[in-house]
Ligand binder design. Sequence first.
Ligand SMILES: C[S@@+](CC[C@H](N)C(=O)[O-])C[C@H]1O[C@@H](n2cnc3c(N)ncnc32)[C@H](O)[C@@H]1O
Length: 493
Amino acid sequence: MQENTLYYGDNLDVMRRHIKDETVDLVYLDPPFNSNANYNVLFAEKDGSKAASQIQAFTDTWKWDQEDEAVYAELVTRGGKVSKVMQAFYVFLGPCDMLSYLTMMAPRLVELRRVMKPTASIYLHCDPTASHYLKMLMDAIFGPGNFRNEVVWSYRRYTAKSNRFQRLHDVILFYGRSDSIIFNDIRGEYGEKSGKADSHYKQDEEGRWFRWQKRKGQEPYKIFLSPEGRRLGDVWDIPHINASALERLGYPTQKPQALLERIISASSNPGDLVFDPFGGCGTTITAAQGLGRPWIGIDITHLAITLIKARLMDSFGNAVAFKTIGEPTSFHDAEALAASDPYQFQWWALGLVGARPVEEKKGSDKGIDGRIIFQGDKPEVFESVILSVKAGHTNAAHVRDLKGVLDREKAAIGVLISMQEPTAPMRMEAITAGFYESEVWGRKYPKMQLVTVAELLAGKGIDMPPIKQVNRTFKRAIKAESKKGEAESLPLD
Ligand SMILES: C[S@@+](CC[C@H](N)C(=O)[O-])C[C@H]1O[C@@H](n2cnc3c(N)ncnc32)[C@H](O)[C@@H]1O
């Protein structure tokens, strides 16, 4: 069976290098839409301004540039239907943002078709901004005859005054790789619209729901509702994840797990390989793992990879085994990452110790890059480890600063993760912080710990009581067993 694998990197490159032809049973992809929005891991202030050092998870803005020209030229010179449809887009749209988005999508969809088994399906999650163009592209790549459904995911959310109807759905384009795909007839519950709750239906003495049907010249006879439930249509009412839902992790475009569970249950069987090339915070992967399907996930940010790892641990503990490919594995790699993108470096380094990123850095979070929450000695008390990550030069003042934050926050343990080896004055400063003492574990833990990236790469961890993570910025994922009722709908206006 395929080993569960998480890749850090650009999915086009990862697919080309690592994923073999006709190996995947089900693809779900939720690429950034062409909505011209910057999806920040939202630290927008209440007045709408953004905190100075907001973390940008990924940018959903497309601009036609020279790189697009080159990809476009490559697609066109390859010939075939994809070439034709791209040329048609060029003529119709001109070199604009939408064309840039479609040029990004086209080679990835071509690769996705290559890795799909003949019995596989693909679900492309998009919205009405681009769904009509993407459907043409999908027709060109998969063939119009392999189109199965345009699923409408309908949800409720806050609405605002507008001169059009409220936009309350996403579109999911469902295609098969061939006409003989895996498809399970999963059923939904009967609801108001399907009859059970309306007055025509009654229950007989055996608990079966039925209604009377009259026909000309005949006695009324009973029509029973199928005990297996209602055949699902292509409009799915699944609640969006609201601000206080338990499953919400704080990732801006997180999709409800119920949506992915439905897709996976319908289009794969236990043991089948599920693939999400735009992994985000790992909804597909978590749903696949819960349903006994092996999985492959890819994301291009360390933030997403760090969150996915933590989500899997929170949901399944040690029961989930997976390998991660593409993250820095040496000091040299880490240096390169720190030099190219300090935020990515920070997220990655926090991921090494299972910590979650914290917003920079107002009020109580000032001076903190990450947190780990663990169960204190008393059941109702949670203690925190606060972390600071330093890619550059470090000295005793950094330790003193973190000690100050530790006191201010009344945190149990402070950890300074650095690239540089700590100096003697830094170690001395750390020792003077004393210990956090746990009666339950019968141990003392150094209150201020200095760890280098090299030590973490060599397998060293934080000296602390066992983790039970609950996080403020990216919340802890709920345990896999306790999922029911977690995704409540947002109130309407
Ligand atoms: C809309 S989000 C996916 C959300 C996900 N369905 C969930 O429930 O969390 C899109 C994700 O694709 C990632 N991404 C964007 N371009 C990518 C690329 N070229 N390769 C891999 N991942 C990419 C972004 O970092 C982001 O996490």
